[in-house]
Design a protein around this ligand. Structure first.
Ligand SMILES: *Cc1c(COP(=O)(O)O)cnc(C)c1O
Length: 432
């Protein structure tokens, strides 16, 4: 009925997440509030893990891209489900370290890691550092040498593939700040440099072609482009690289018109290409890593707001203002992202009212959704914005000094806070 599988309507006509009444969540924890179905997150992690185990005979690792939603409990869940995590900053790495996440299963990304972040990664023994450029490679080698360590490295390659997604979230082309370019010879130069370094263990190569992708072909094409490079490396250096990281980017359902494929379809198609093309090139099938972020948590979460004022401007539009906004969900302001909005306490009524849902920030562009259809609402009603599990909490800000929202995980009839609501005192904690 709705875009998210873990959302339904109960006998009181209230919206539920993981069978928990969202109006009760709003009452118990207050609004605005993020709520997740923990079983849905675990199910998604298991599906990815099962399909990589099936398709590559256990020779692969699912690495959750924690930038989509990161907190200690999320990282613990990944460890419990047997997946790795991908971190992109000292802060995300610190979160993983604070719950003793196994270092070998951490992948560290970023196009401009600081010296201190690299030291932190070397000290913790991060299994794979995804090196973005030659400067970083040299710095990492130097740090590793000083500390008497050898660091596992993958180089981020730009395979030059256009994955037909929103231009703001496209990262695979040559005009990108991420990675080594193939066409210019930069990639081969980086590989040869890495192979020659004493304190660097070049485990393999990485690519990530974009985000919110529905089409399977660009993933398959990226894999073959990367394998061509593996072959070229073998021919030119005699070294056969062992690992191929294919990144993330699997699309989820934000609107009814979105049609994501089951992740097992992706895995089957790409693995068939990887297995047969490796054989054709005379290579062993490499160990495969994938880095799903949005597809693990996106549809498992929603945001609850309380309606404040309703402003009808005749012949123009109706603004329904809520107690959050771009501070907890900047994605409409950034990318005009689509979302489904439902009145949680009137979920069984017809959605026949066209409104603009606005936030409470001092910014005209602070909108959650424009021209969206919801049930007729009045002040005090609860609005649910679906599929906000990815890139909402993690992209939130304290704009207007609005405290960050709490996060609640619902599982088997219970709800618990995994992130508490920020207090005004905490907002001022770093102020002198
Ligand atoms: C953002 C990102 C991901 C995750 O992307 P999703 O679209 O959330 O699956 C994975 N790998 C890299 C390198 C990324 O930058």
């Amino acid at each position: 009925m709705y875009v998210s599988d873990c959302v339904s309507v109960n006998e009181r006509g209230h919206l539920t997440i993981g069978n928990y009444d969202t109006c009760e969540l709003a009452k118990k924890f207050g609004t605005p509030l993020y709520a997740f179905d923990e079983n849905e997150i675990r199910k998604n992690l298991r599906e990815f893990k099962k399909s990589i185990d099936d398709e590559y005979a256990g020779n692969g690792l699912v690495v959750y891209a924690s930038k989509a939603f990161c907190c200690k409990e999320m990282v613990r869940i990944c460890n419990e489900e047997g997946t790795g995590i991908d971190v992109v900053s000292g802060g995300e790495l610190y979160t993983a370290m604070s719950v003793d996440f196994p270092a070998e299963n951490i992948v560290f990304h970023g196009n401009n890691k600081t010296y201190d972040e690299l030291v932190m990664a070397v000290d913790y023994g991060v299994g794979r550092i995804i090196v973005d450029n030659l400067t970083e490679l040299e710095t990492l080698d130097k740090i590793a040498k000083e500390k008497g360590k050898t660091m596992g490295v993958m180089l981020r390659i730009k395979p030059g593939i256009d994955a037909h997604t929103h231009s703001f979230i496209k990262t695979g082309q040559i005009d990108s700040k991420f990675g080594f370019a193939l066409e210019t010879g930069e990639a081969m130069e980086g590989i040869k440099a890495a192979l020659a370094m004493e304190n660097i263990n070049l485990r393999g190569l990485h690519c990530h072609i974009g985000s919110q992708i529905f089409d399977l072909d660009p993933f398959e094409l990226a894999a073959t482009v990367m394998l061509d490079l593996f072959k070229q490396v073998k021919d030119e250096t005699g070294t056969e690289l062992g690992e191929l990281n294919l990144g993330g980017g699997f699309g989820i359902k934000y609107l009814k018109s979105d049609r994501p494929r089951p992740y097992s379809d992706y895995m089957r198609k790409v693995s068939a290409a990887v297995n047969s093309y490796s054989a054709e090139l005379g290579l062993k099938t490499p160990f495969i890593l994938i880095e799903p972020g949005r597809s693990v948590v996106g549809a498992a979460g929603l945001t609850l707001y309380t309606v404040g004022c309703v402003k009808d401007i005749p012949d123009v539009r109706t603004y329904v203002s809520v107690d959050g906004g771009m501070c907890d969900n900047p994605r409409y302001a950034l990318y005009q992202s689509s979302y489904e909005v439902i009145c949680a306490n009137k979920a069984s009524e017809k959605r026949d009212w066209t409104v603009t849902v606005a936030g409470k920030c001092c910014e005209s562009g602070d909108l959650i959704q424009e021209w969206t259809r919801i049930q007729p609402v009045e002040p005090g009603d609860i609005l649910a914005v679906l599929s906000t599990g990815a890139y909402n909490y993690s992209m939130a800000s304290n704009y207007n000094r609005i405290p960050r929202l709490p996060v609640v995980f619902v599982k088997n009839g219970t709800a618990r806070e995994v992130i508490k609501r920020e207090t005004y005192a905490q907002l001022c904690e770093c102020d002198v």
